[in-house]
Ligand binder design. Sequence first.
Ligand code: ATP
Length: 229
Amino acid sequence: MSSLLHVDNMHAWYGSSQALFGVDLDVGEGEVVALMGRNGMGKTTAIQTVLGLIRPCTGEIRFSGHDIANLPPHRIARLGIGLVPEGRRCFPNLTVRENLLSASRRGEWTLGKTCGLFPFLRERLDQPAATLSGGEQQMLAIGRALMTNPRMLIMDEATEGLAPLVQQEIWSVIGSLKHDGLSILLVDKAVRELLQVSDRCVILEKGRTAWTGRHSDLSPETVERYLGI
Ligand code: ATP
């Protein structure tokens, strides 16, 4: 499978403090990859470095054949990486419609198609995002990322802090996006659901890739050693 995202030996620093020490990570076309590891192992840092939000960094970072290691975040996003950030981050004072349209780029994900995936949004288009529940705001955040018409979606803790029913709904949306062939990189604490939906896992330990493979190859010892389960 050809890699849409290819990361090789990525190192990154917060100022003078080094946080990544050799991350290797590939996401193929149409592949769903789970980025895993215990708290503080570097998952969010790895995502943010790929997106150009953390610099300096070294190593190879390529997206769709482009060297993105030194590009500014807006250029990286424009190449087709959509982010559903940790903690939702919709614009609370903008309406649902404004939230969606402000993210919009040309492609199949229009307002109509996004409301087709999340029908409740259609009735709320003229309400401020702040009036939505936490779960609804999370779905709006997913909708915003889709409206950028990404070739790859990155979801950082998309189900965190939500009621179990809403979490289930989000896992089923992720399943349907996968079915449609979207490439997805996922970070989430719900290990069982994560393993169910993903094709492959990459496990980080202290800022470096410690294990990568299919979840059918994950031994109980590996799970205990790197995920503490
Ligand atoms: P979690 O599951 O808790 O979100 P994570 O795997 O996403 O953890 P990161 O948040 O990427 O881990 O943290 C990786 C390392 O970078 C940790 O040692 C953390 O203390 C450090 N770190 C994170 N954010 C900053 C920051 N803004 N400044 C300095 N160091 C940071």
